[in-house]
Design a protein around this ligand. Structure first.
Ligand code: MEV
Length: 448
């Protein structure tokens, strides 16, 4: 049946929205209505906070919130909060953290914290005229926005640089006002975007009031927006140990393990197919902490992937070196534009908790924690891949998920888990064995 378009959906109450959806898309299914409402928070004030994060909220969507303990970072121990749906990620992070805790832990350092944004515009005259005019009015951008930057300046941040960029080699008449910012503990999107919009107004007003010719006064402002690519907001985290200390829990010699590990990283550096999966594994760890701490994981991912391509081909975000005297050094260098104030950080109760758990870090400390989580995740993945393979660990969790889907009792879970200790887990094999011990036919399963 063709569905009806809706007008004024956003004006309906939450109940009204659910009712409309249920009637229009779900044949009035009471179970769906019940499901949606069962995910509302019991406490009305908490639910109201969630309702107001986005538009047209009808319910909440849970993600598991797990903890990876034992992260020793710059000689301080952290329990890292991770919000993620994928099994094995938290376990792998925790395992790597414990492994490295016994080998000196993670050393992390923030290399830079500059954010960037642009006013993109078209101008039709001579570049030299524009460049001279821009230089003559440059101070006005700072003066005209001082009321907007005073708080940030008081905290040690503000506008670091403003330049005219000529992009006409890429696109006729295309220029940018490119500005760099220090946004301290804030991710800074609102600060930067407000300033860029102000820059464009100042630029247009100054052009209008200038003595340039009528033609040279013509400018087309295309857009004012921060860039989520922040190659000057970089954190580095590293671990190192003697290669002899690497082989715990593997059946490889120190040399074999170190060589295989090195080769695996090398492949991820030269082969984009592998680099994509390699970096995906890194972002398993990074995104989970970024989400738990209320930051924007889409921005973090987009930036990380662009950075991974900065040399012209998509490549690994981690690297390794084995020195002649047998020291294994493994590191990540990654742009992470994070905030510890603003946005969700003071609103979402679980995000507030995550910050509290981490000791209310500032933005630079959070960069170090999250880079370490990404490095730990990658170490765990590569270590599994070059030794046992990843399926062993994955399948253990997969088995639990299948047993949950089947509604297995505690006794059945124990029986199935023990049976699969020495067998390959597949959905079909688990279902078959489960039906056997319950004494039912597979086709009766849906009646569970
Ligand atoms: C799975 O989510 C992540 C891995 O594929 C990462 C990797 O291959 O490095 C295990």
């Amino acid at each position: 049946m063709t569905k009806k378009a809706v007008k004024g959906f956003s004006k309906l109450s939450k109940d009204g929205k659910i009712e409309w959806i249920a009637n229009e898309y779900l044949n009035g299914d009471e179970n769906c209505i019940h499901l949606l409402k069962s995910y509302w928070h019991n406490d009305k004030a908490t639910q109201k906070i969630h309702d107001e994060f986005i538009e047209n909220t009808i319910s909440n969507f849970y993600l598991p919130f797990g903890i990876a303990p034992n992260f020793l970072i710059n000689n301080e121990i952290f329990c890292i909060p991770m919000a993620i749906e994928e099994s094995s990620v938290v376990a792998a992070a925790a395992k790597s953290a414990t492994f490295w805790m016994e080998r000196g832990g993670f050393k992390a350092e923030v290399l830079s914290t500059t954010k960037i944004g642009h006013v993109h515009f078209a101008w039709y005259g001579d570049y030299e005229i524009l460049a001279a005019f821009f230089e003559s009015i440059k101070h006005k951008f700072l003066e005209g926005t001082s009321h907007l930057t005073s708080n940030m300046r008081a905290r040690g941040g503000g506008i670091k640089d403003i330049q005219l960029v000529n992009k006409t080699d890429l696109e006729p008449n295309y220029y940018q006002i490119m500005a760099k910012f220090e946004t301290c503990e804030a991710m800074g999107a609102n600060f930067i975007n407000s300033l860029l919009e102000e820059f464009s107004k100042i630029f247009q007003a100054e052009l209008e009031n200038s003595s340039l010719s009528i033609d040279d006064k013509k400018v087309l402002i295309l857009m004012c927006i921060l860039s989520n690519y922040t190659p000057e907001c970089i954190v580095r985290a590293e671990v190192s140990c003697n290669i002899e200390e690497l082989t715990e829990g593997t059946n490889l010699s120190a040399d074999e393990f170190a060589k295989k590990f090195e080769q695996a990283i090398h492949v991820a550096r030269i082969e984009p197919y592998r680099a994509t999966t390699h970096n995906k594994g890194i972002f398993n760890g990074i995104d989970a902490v970024v989400i738990a701490t209320g930051n924007d994981f889409r921005a973090i991912e987009a930036c990380g992937h662009t950075y991974a391509s900065r040399n012209g081909s998509y490549s690994s975000l981690t690297d390794v070196e084995i020195t002649e005297d047998g020291i294994f050094n493994f590191w990540i260098e990654i742009p992470l534009a994070l905030g510890t104030i603003g946005g969700l950080t003071s609103l979402h109760p679980m995000v507030k908790f995550a910050h509290q758990l981490l000791g209310n870090p500032n933005a630079e400390q959070l960069m170090k924690i999250i880079a370490s989580a990404g490095l730990a995740q990658n170490f765990g993945a590569i270590r599994s891949l070059v030794t046992t393979g990843i399926q062993k660990g994955h399948m253990k969790m997969h088995l639990l998920n299948i047993l949950n889907q089947l509604g297995a009792t505690e006794k059945e879970r124990l029986e199935v888990k023990s049976y699969f200790e020495t067998k390959v887990v597949s959905h079909q094999a688990v279902v078959e064995h489960f039906c056997k011990i319950r004494g039912i036919n597979q086709k009766d399963l849906t009646k569970n």
